[in-house]
Design a protein around this ligand. Structure first.
Ligand code: ATP
Ligand code: MG
Length: 408
């Protein structure tokens, strides 16, 4: 039974309006699945037999988006609802140029409208194909999704080998849902991930960036990272090559832990911070001569590393400048020359850079000397700040911190 008080009233109003206009409309996907598993839904998806143009005509504040997969976005002042028209399958009589696959079986256009009976076959997993009418409170379940929720398992609708060929991102989605819900992956799905994971190479970097954010910024980053590693999928998402023994590995683990804790504490998380952590080990590796960092190479390699990653996932411009800032600040956090620390604490990225330093120290297992120094510097009064600067001068040959532990 779904408790309607957990459902957005804006979404319910939208469904009522569609019905008043003689269309079918249901809540579908994550919001139904999450409600049934005791998780508060984060957004609401609606499925209807109205075409995007028809939906658009009914709602003033709506917009048609997407080309490969057309949808309508419906806005209220603080909410966004996605309204999707029922899709038909390949064998649909209306099949035409609106459902197109490439020679590897990947769907490159998916805009053939159909009925709810067809739509339910086009969704990815059984637990994602439950249709809920908040007015009659009825749940339509064509694929035994309710049973799979009870049995706590992610099961593909149709043969996962074919479904992952149609859309390789489904393998990442399977992992994400199994982590989020604590469900096990059905054996056929596991095989299909191993078999078809390589097709992720052909997915646009923009889509992989979106999926990467969903995997890493919603509170289960560490678990998702370990699963991605287990299924050999990391190499399609990140340009570095973490293995259990190296710094690149511990850096992702620590960054993931840090992000998961922040999500739990309802603090903000950004893709930039995560990317900065993931790429940092590679940046310093190629900028070092085994014992120290070559500053000139470091600066030169920044763009190179960002560009290399963009062959995998896009990195929005705003994140790029954020990443560069935190990387460059790492050098300054270390050097602390003259009056520089006084300026640095007021830098708009200081807080992020300081958090980043802590992640680095945890990952390298190095002394926390440097972050401790900055912790004290931030909270102390002017006199103590000056004494810390004096202390800094005396530590010229202190090798207990720095980049050394990170070059493994
Ligand atoms: P969440 O929003 O929590 O990430 P969700 O299940 O709602 O999970 P969405 O990406 O919002 O995921 O998609 C809504 C629904 O659309 C899904 O539940 C699924 O039924 C369908 N869907 C989304 N992406 C795909 C896909 N790549 N292949 C097949 N069906 C999909
Ligand atoms: Mg959703």
């Amino acid at each position: 039974m779904i408790d309607n008080s957990k459902i957005s009233s804006f979404a319910i109003q939208a469904i009522k309006k569609l019905k008043k206009n003689n269309y079918e409309a249901y809540l579908v996907g994550g919001c139904v699945r999450d409600s049934l598993t005791g998780i508060t839904p984060k957004d609401f998806d609606v499925a209807t037999n109205a075409t995007p143009d028809q939906v658009r005509r009914i709602f003033k504040s709506s917009r048609i988006i997407g080309r490969r997969f057309k949808l309508v976005h419906l806005y209220s002042h603080n909410e966004l609802i996605e309204i999707a028209t029922f899709r038909a399958g390949k064998n649909s009589l209306s099949g035409d140029q609106n459902l197109v696959t490439d020679n590897l079986g990947k769907i490159i256009r998916d805009n053939v409208w159909g009925s709810i009976n067809e739509d339910c076959q086009r969704r990815d997993f059984t637990v994602n194909a439950l249709y809920y009418c908040p007015i009659s409170k009825e749940i339509k379940d064509f694929n035994n999704g309710l049973l799979d929720i009870r049995k706590k398992r992610i099961v593909s609708i149709g043969d996962p080998l074919q479904r992952f060929e149609e859309d390789p991102v489904r393998s990442l989605r399977a992992i994400r849902f199994s982590t989020k819900l604590g469900f096990k992956l059905d054996t056929h799905i596991k095989h299909a991930i191993y078999d078809k994971g390589h097709l992720l190479f052909g997915v646009s970097n923009a889509r992989l960036f979106d999926e990467m954010c969903k995997l890493f910024l919603h509170g289960s980053a560490e678990k998702n990272f370990l699963k991605l590693h287990k299924f050999n999928l990391l190499k399609y998402l990140v340009h570095t090559n973490p293995d259990q023994s190296n710094f690149a590995w511990s850096m992702i683990i620590e960054a993931s832990k840090n992000t998961d804790t922040r999500v739990k504490e309802k603090k903000s998380v950004t893709p930039g911070f995560l990317m900065a952590c993931i790429l940092w080990p590679h940046l310093i590796k190629i900028s070092s001569n085994k014992t120290s960092i070559d500053i000139r190479k470091f600066y030169r390699n920044i763009d190179f590393v960002l560009k290399a990653q963009q062959k995998y996932t896009a990195i929005p411009r705003s994140s790029q400048s954020y990443i560069k800032d935190i990387w460059i600040l790492q050098l300054k956090l270390q050097s602390r020359i003259k009056r520089q620390p006084f300026k640095l604490v007021n830098h708009r990225r200081f807080r992020a850079a300081y958090d980043f330093l802590i992640v680095r120290e945890r990952a390298s297992g190095e002394s926390t000397y440097l972050s401790d120094w900055w912790t004290k510097f931030q909270v102390n009064d002017e006199a103590l700040k000056n004494s810390l600067i004096e202390q800094r001068k005396a530590e010229e040959n202190n090798k207990t911190f720095g980049f050394l532990g990170e070059l493994r």
